[in-house]
Write a protein that binds this ligand. Structure first.
Ligand code: SF4
Length: 281
């Protein structure tokens, strides 16, 4: 097992008896929407998904974009890209920018007192309009030949991410524009050779967010966490079936095929009944 992955975390787990507010990063909202079981296993039982490898090229693009917009932030000027897209705004100057951008430790947060959860997330950038409305900005990097749009089904995650940031700023009493922007950087592959540098096209895509779904979802997350039962698996993920079958096979040497079949049926009938249930039955 890789030294970077701890399959059974014991810290930062939700405790239904605790009175302290529990901190949840915005990515856990997405995890809950994708699969309440995976969310529960991670946040309540400490079994998180293995982390993916760091996207170092994407991170480099993020850092350079931040530096570029920071030049205009310091000078309170409009970035030429914003000008070419007719966006009437400048990068926001605020002493809390670094804090809001710190996705790992700080970010922007809000304490939902009703559910006693602190939701937090780190933004890429914030612009401000002449009407003092904040505009949430997210940087994305890709490399594809087709035109960049937000139409791919999986990009719903990007849209939710933008909406959560808009909501977090609204909860912090800021006036926030419903329209946010994705600054999309697309690595060009139509060059004859790399020639020591990768060139990019930059596109700005507006997105009108709707934050109405967020409070209801946070309440459902809280209900899920308070429950003593492991929720059902998401319908579109095959891994739980894989893990169950793996468990069957790993223990199956001592069981004949008929018995294994009976055991599997028994397990699926009791699925989601109790935290005593494990993925291996
Ligand atoms: S169904 Fe997939 S996403 Fe859900 S708990 Fe199982 S592995 Fe995780």
């Amino acid at each position: 097992m890789s030294k970077y992955y701890n399959p059974r975390r014991t810290r930062n787990l939700f405790d239904p008896n605790a009175t302290e507010p529990f901190r949840l990063s915005r990515s856990k909202i997405d995890l809950f929407i994708q699969c309440p079981r995976c969310f529960y296993l991670d946040v309540r039982l400490g079994v998180g998904r293995p982390a993916s490898f760091p996207l170092t090229l994407n991170n480099a693009v993020d850092t350079l974009l931040k530096k570029e917009f920071d030049i205009h932030r310091a000078e309170k000027t409009v970035h030429p890209l914003m000008k070419s897209y007719g966006i009437d705004a400048v990068p926001l100057q605020d002493s809390r920018m670094e804090e809001w951008r710190d996705a790992l430790r700080r970010g922007i947060s809000f304490h939902d007192k009703e559910n006693n959860l602190i939701i937090r997330g780190g933004v890429d950038d914030v612009w401000v309009s002449p009407q003092e409305e904040l505009i949430i900005v997210d940087y994305k990097a890709t490399s594809k030949d087709e035109e960049i749009t937000l139409d791919d089904e999986w990009k719903i995650q990007y849209k939710r991410q933008m909406e959560i940031y808009q909501w977090l700023f609204k909860q912090n009493k800021f006036k926030v524009s419903d329209t946010g922007y994705f600054v999309y950087v697309n690595g060009k592959t139509d060059k004859k050779a790399l020639d020591g540098k990768l060139e990019f096209d930059v596109t700005i895509i507006p997105y009108k967010g709707n934050t109405d779904w967020i409070p209801k979802t946070i309440s459902k997350m809280k209900t899920c966490l308070m429950d003593g039962r492991i929720p059902k698996a998401g319908e579109e993920c095959d891994y739980c079936g894989y893990v169950e079958s793996l468990g069957d096979v790993m223990r199956g040497n001592a069981i004949d095929n008929n018995e294994k079949g009976k055991n599997r049926n028994l397990k699926s009938e009791t699925k989601g009944e109790s935290t005593k249930e494990t993925l291996f039955g």
